[in-house]
Design a protein around this ligand. Structure first.
Ligand SMILES: [Zn+2]
Ligand SMILES: [Zn+2]
Length: 352
């Protein structure tokens, strides 16, 4: 298994972002990412997929889109679409039909910012996901950089502070979204990803103009670490397929890499002849052993069916032996800039 670092969910000047695909690629290379997935609003932009080089370094750029019904008021139900073969924005008016068409087109669908509250000081309305009657989507965007920011800016002054010191923004996925995920996991598999929702906003104040939350800030922050079976080949189609298959299988975790890189986190299971990683299912005919490992010391929590069943402070490793079926996942927390902050959120291992 090979761990790659991917930043997903971002906007260019084809929708409401300020930058170009080229600028995104250069920022991604600067930050050491393996791949980015660009998702402009309601347009599958053609012509930018592939490896982009800068000197000896390169990054894989994949293009998806973020689809929502622009006639709906308020404009809720945003869906991230990856790997669909054609434009999906035409199906935007009905979320379930959109999800169905994405699947039929070979794509993956993730509910974007499931909780995204209003920020009245910035005239931003609540654009949470509303239609929870839908099914057959791949997963949800558990941690979105922008949703969290919106909970922190009751006034314009707060907005100015966080734009100058963006490292103070991220704490953890919103509680309502985490609870929703645990609730959904009781019924079905739901893959969690972390998204930056990078726009590189251009803020104007009188004659001054400044880019806030630039791409190269986001690319060092909330990333999705994906486990692919073989190293990247540098062939677009081979690598794209490997990445999307791994995402569909939930072989990934969300790492908040700004305090310290989360590269090296592992969460595995073995029992009898069987073994697996995040996203896998294992049958508990006998006892199974769950093992989590962190690249550095942190507080680690093991969660079963939405409840914390073990917390270990300042540890790098956690082992848990059980015969009980359940949905098991791991969270890790570290102190950073004076606060305890989420560091790692694993996808579950399903013990059946
Ligand atoms: Zn959105
Ligand atoms: Zn977005």
């Amino acid at each position: 298994m090979e761990e790659i670092i991917v930043n997903l969910h971002m906007h260019t000047h084809y929708s409401d972002g300020s930058g170009s695909h080229k600028e995104i690629a250069l920022a991604a290379i600067e930050c050491g990412l393996d791949a980015v997935i660009v998702t402009d609003h309601n347009v599958l932009v053609q012509g930018f997929e592939g490896y982009i080089k800068n000197g000896a370094n390169r990054v894989l750029m994949l293009i998806g889109e973020e689809v929502h019904d622009q006639d709906r008021d308020p404009q809720k139900n945003h869906l991230l679409v990856f790997g669909a073969k054609e434009e999906m924005a035409t199906f935007a008016d009905d979320p379930q039909s959109l999800i169905k068409n994405v699947g039929e087109s070979g794509g993956l669908s993730f509910i974007a910012h499931p909780t995204e509250l209003a920020a009245p000081a910035f005239n931003e309305t609540d654009i949470s996901w509303e239609d929870w009657s839908v099914d057959n989507y791949t997963g949800i965007e558990l941690w979105n950089g922008l949703s969290e920011l919106k909970t922190l800016i009751p006034t314009k002054l707060h907005g100015v502070f966080y734009s100058l010191f963006p490292a103070f923004v991220a704490h953890r996925p919103l509680t309502r979204t985490l609870q929703k995920w645990d609730e959904l996991l009781k019924q079905r598999r739901v893959v969690a990803v972390g998204g930056s929702d990078a726009h590189a906003f251009r803020m104007r104040l009188g004659p001054l103009s400044r880019i806030v939350y630039p791409y190269n800030f986001h690319f060092r922050a909330i990333n999705t670490h994906i486990f692919i079976p073989n190293p990247l080949t540098r062939d677009l189609n081979t690598d794209k397929q490997m990445i999307y298959e791994a995402l569909a299988g939930g072989h990934c975790f969300i790492g908040y890499d700004l305090p310290l890189s989360t590269r090296g986190f592992r969460f595995t299971v073995h029992g009898g002849e069987a073994a697996g990683i995040m996203g896998d299912e294992i049958h508990s005919q006998g006892a199974v052993t769950l093992q989590a490992y962190l690249p550095s010391f942190a507080e680690m929590r093991l969660i079963k069916n939405g409840k914390v069943i073990r917390t270990v402070k300042r540890t790098q490793a956690l082992t848990y032996i059980t015969r009980e079926p359940g949905v098991y996942r791991v969270e890790a927390y570290r102190n950073y800039l004076g606060r305890k902050r989420g560091w790692v959120f694993s996808n579950p291992i399903y013990v059946r």
